[in-house]
Design a protein around this ligand. Structure first.
Ligand code: ADP
Ligand code: MG
Length: 261
């Protein structure tokens, strides 16, 4: 049985696509059958971020009733399945977001987790991903405008029958301490399930069209993504098994201790 997470925020640019890609890749690498879907059908960028902009069939065709969801599913990094969205305006106009409900029925038995990247704002195409999710994750940055917009998204999710599981604070800086996290919990009325630090390797990986957890697995954000993915997936977090060794330290210690018992 699939568990559906939808990543949402009122404000754009908080990190929904980044979280969907990296948490999905982590869950796939943990051995879970995982699919990530770009439901931001108007401003699609999940496929773009993974170098899949030429995908011949996308969610647009599926939501227009012209293709099956299986034809729009591609193999992504770490074994994660990817359903990209199209980038044409015409494709967007022809897509009916309501069809998403039926599509999910086709995925129920094939997956452990489906992670949906929702559009920003409170548009019609943003409502269905909130309503179909088992759990909505609010993606917030530690700034007032993002928090206020996340609050609106939470209310909307509840109005349409969605369940808000918690919030992830993305792009946290050293000032974003536990106190900030507690304040967020109070304002949003939901728990903070993880914090991802501001990390320049996120952008570097994005320009290389790869998830940071694959491109820079020892980077601070990658460590955070693995912890959050394990938490969401109900997987016991085992640092020794799950954390890759820092390759530089590894190489250095091999040179240093070469020949010693
Ligand atoms: P959204 O999907 O919510 O619009 P994105 O995931 O596209 O947001 O992120 C917006 C921008 O912020 C992208 O350029 C992305 O690379 C960058 N970004 C996201 N998370 C982080 C982070 N933790 N550290 C640094 N840059 C980040
Ligand atoms: Mg996005």
């Amino acid at each position: 049985m699939v568990r559906v997470f939808t990543f949402a925020s009122g404000k754009g640019g908080t990190g929904k696509t980044t979280l969907t890609i990296n948490l999905g890749t982590c869950l796939a690498k943990f051995g879970k059958r995982t699919c990530i879907m770009d439901a931001d059908i108007g401003m699609a960028n999940l496929g773009l971020s993974l170098g899949m902009e030429d995908a011949p069939v996308t969610l647009h065709e599926v939501l227009a009733g012209k293709a099956s969801i299986h034809d729009a599913t591609y193999e992504g990094p770490g074994g994660v399945q990817v359903i990209p969205s199209g980038i044409s305006l015409q494709g967007f106009q022809q897509a009916d977001p309501e069809l998403l409900r039926d599509i999910l029925k086709d995925l129920v038995d094939r997956l452990d987790f489906l992670l949906i990247d929702a559009p920003a704002g409170i548009s019609r195409d943003g409502v269905v991903p909130l309503a179909v999710a088992d759990d909505v994750i609010l993606v917030v940055n530690p700034e007032l405008s993002a928090i206020v917009d996340a609050m609106k998204t939470k209310i909307l999710a509840e109005v349409v029958g969605g369940h808000v599981h918690g919030a992830v604070i993305n792009r946290a800086t050293s000032e974003s301490t536990t106190a900030v996290s507690q304040k967020m919990e109070k304002i949003l009325g939901t728990r903070v399930v993880g914090t991802v630090p501001e990390d320049q390797n996120v952008r570097k990986a994005a320009s290389a069209k790869a998830p940071v957890v694959i491109k820079y697995p020892t980077s601070a954000s990658s460590v955070a993504f693995r912890r959050i993915a394990a938490g969401l997936g109900g997987i016991a977090y085992d640092k020794d098994k799950m954390e890759p060794k820092d390759s530089f330290v590894d190489r250095f210690s091999k040179v240093l201790f070469r020949g010693r018992k």
